[in-house]
Design a protein around this ligand. Structure first.
Ligand SMILES: *[C@@H]1O[C@H](CO)[C@@H](O)[C@H](O)[C@H]1NC(C)=O
Ligand SMILES: *[C@@H]1O[C@H](CO)[C@@H](O)[C@H](O)[C@H]1NC(C)=O
Ligand SMILES: *[C@@H]1O[C@H](CO)[C@@H](O)[C@H](O)[C@H]1NC(C)=O
Ligand SMILES: *[C@@H]1O[C@H](CO)[C@@H](O)[C@H](O)[C@H]1NC(C)=O
Ligand SMILES: *[C@@H]1O[C@H](CO)[C@@H](O)[C@H](O)[C@H]1NC(C)=O
Ligand SMILES: *[C@@H]1O[C@H](CO)[C@@H](O)[C@H](O)[C@H]1NC(C)=O
Length: 507
């Protein structure tokens, strides 16, 4: 419903569109999650996206604040119907129509939000959900697409379902990608869904995590197999390839993706377009979640996307992917692991962590540059809550004091993010007093620096000297953060749900 534009402007738009297509950045998107106690204003985030050349974004709902941030940017947006609405939307067409009216039609105006995809659910067939969404997802998909069609959005906006890679597997007897097939309990629903997606012209969306393959693969997983460089440098492959018929797989991403392609072929949909809904590498919370390894992973992934090359089974199909994710989210569930809160290519406050070739220049590593930081970020005052020096004296033998300290640290870490304190993590080298200070500060900042949040039974004190040490950052809260989000809305990505990644790993 764009208003008519004048000649020069539309010429410019065509020219820009052509340039964008030529450089391939249209293949690159990013996930913007908001499970955080430290949220930047949506307009600041939207500008971070445009400053770094992102043309696509995926969000996990259709939150009004987020949508207002995206309005007018032209960024192609994937909005989502959360899992807890699937039963209602699948069971009642009127409910689907309401959702589309409220969350798609409402933003369909010149200067609104450029919605292109609607994710119906998020990994609804995850093993950990015990089949709770198996019967409602496809009906919800149908209803949403029908509502989009009837509201006149159907040509531009398609409904899809992002699935976890645990919907497919290779049998233990023949663990190669070509043996890929859908899990028995979801094979029927996947076939029904693919038939519908094929008819509506929508892609299937799948989330693929080489980091999790490594994490759950244990010592049997060769580290280099998680990356795209065959063990460092072209032609110097140091890893034993997984040999599958005529194809040698040297990275788990390709093997995983092609296992899906094989599963699709088996049910007659070998040509169904596939979009990678989430792919990335975390930078903290585990000894292998580091900025250096994340840089290596993204360098390979982005070089591949820039080259326009697909996987061995679909060599000419350029990989279209949404990076996971944009910013760190300190309120995510850590059930799968402490790394969950550190998936951002930017810190929570929009500072880049490592160089990336986001413009997809391709070629040598030199193409990677430090992404542009968020502009206009406002912080609360520069002050920190730490263990009081008086309290830090010679109390080693004072059991009551030690108990009080342990209690307080436990309280803080149950309510704020202490995942950087673990072994091999950015703050893993702190002593016990440093640990306590880190925990107190995390809680104090999450509570918006209110005075009462820096007491801890008299053990804590507010200071104005930066308590950070090296890579261990004692952060300061940003202005405008929403109240802490309820744990109840935190989707799980459980170990059980990730067994698929593991199975694929041990090829
Ligand atoms: C639209 O999306 C928002 C955010 O996800 C949700 O709260 C709201 O209930 C949705 N509207 C309808 C009518 O379902
Ligand atoms: C799935 O089943 C397991 C084992 O029966 C149970 O522990 C878990 O809470 C269930 N999860 C859901 C989402 O129902
Ligand atoms: C997929 O859709 C095309 C038309 O778009 C159709 O020709 C084809 O038969 C469909 N494939 C299957 C397996 O249904
Ligand atoms: C795959 O690797 C094997 C050795 O593991 C080698 O003999 C074969 O030539 C390779 N095939 C291709 C297509 O590179
Ligand atoms: C600091 O805290 C982490 C995480 O709670 C813990 O694993 C570590 O042992 C603590 N270090 C000291 C010296 O107390
Ligand atoms: C720590 O984070 C703050 C923002 O919270 C930032 O200004 C500062 O540069 C960071 N320090 C380090 C060492 O990264």
């Amino acid at each position: 419903m764009a208003a008519p534009r004048n000649g020069i402007l539309s010429w410019l738009i065509v020219a820009v569109a052509a340039a964008v297509t030529a450089s391939g950045v249209d293949a690159l998107g990013v996930n913007w999650g908001t499970m955080s106690t430290r949220r930047l204003p949506p307009k600041v985030v939207a500008r971070l996206l445009t400053d770094n050349g992102f043309k696509k974004v995926k969000i996990f709902d259709a939150d009004e604040r987020t949508m207002q941030g995206l309005a007018g940017t032209g960024i192609e947006t994937m909005v989502a119907v959360p899992n807890d609405l699937l039963a209602a939307v699948g069971g009642d067409y009127g409910r689907a129509r309401e959702w589309v009216k409220d969350n798609v039609t409402r933003y369909a105006f010149d200067g609104g939000v450029n919605i292109r995809l609607v994710a119906v659910g998020n990994e609804p067939f995850l093993k950990a959900y015990n089949g709770s969404f198996d019967k409602v997802t496809v009906p919800a998909l149908r209803n949403v697409q029908r509502a989009l069609d009837e509201a006149g959005h159907g040509a531009a906006v398609k409904a899809t379902v992002p699935v976890n890679a645990d919907v497919y597997d290779s049998p233990a007897s023949n663990p190669v990608p070509s043996a890929g097939r859908f899990r028995d309990d979801v094979a029927g629903v996947m076939a029904e869904m693919c038939r519908f997606l094929n008819r509506s012209g929508a892609p299937l969306t799948v989330n693929i995590y080489p980091f999790l393959s490594l994490y759950y693969g244990g010592d049997g997983f060769p580290l280099d197999y998680a990356f795209f460089d065959g063990g460092g440098g072209a032609g110097r492959s140091t890893i034993r390839a997984v040999v599958d018929d005529q194809i040698n797989y040297t990275n788990v991403f390709d093997a995983n993706f092609d296992t899906l392609v094989s599963a699709l072929r088996r049910i007659g949909f070998g040509h169904l377009p596939v979009v990678v809904g989430e792919v990335g590498w975390p930078t903290d919370g585990d000894r292998r979640a580091t900025p250096a390894l994340a840089e290596r992973f993204y360098a390979g992934l982005l070089r591949r996307i820039a080259a326009g090359r697909g996987t061995p089974l679909r060599p000419r199909a350029r990989i279209e992917a949404y990076l996971f994710g944009l910013l760190d989210e300190d309120a995510k569930s850590v059930a799968p692991g402490n790394f969950e809160r550190h998936w951002g290519i930017f810190t929570f406050d929009g500072r880049p962590k490592f160089p990336l070739d986001l413009r997809l220049h391709g070629g040598a590593a030199a193409a990677a540059t430090m992404p542009a930081p968020a502009r206009g970020v406002e912080y609360l005052p520069r002050r920190w809550c730490v263990l009081s020096p008086r309290a830090g004296g010679d109390y080693d033998d004072d059991d009551a004091w030690q108990a009080r300290l342990a209690d307080s640290v436990g309280y803080a870490c149950a309510r704020a993010d202490c995942t950087a304190l673990g072994y091999g993590c950015s703050c893993g080298a702190l002593d016990a007093a440093g640990n306590a200070s880190y925990a107190f500060n995390a809680y104090y900042q999450a509570q918006g620096q209110v005075e009462a949040a820096c007491d801890f039974q008299g053990l804590a004190v507010v200071v104005d000297k930066d308590a950070s040490r090296g890579a261990c950052n004692f952060s300061v809260q940003v202005v405008g953060s929403a109240a802490p989000v309820a744990a109840a809305v935190t989707p799980v990505r459980t170990a059980a749900g990730l067994a698929a990644a593991l199975a694929l790993v041990l090829l």
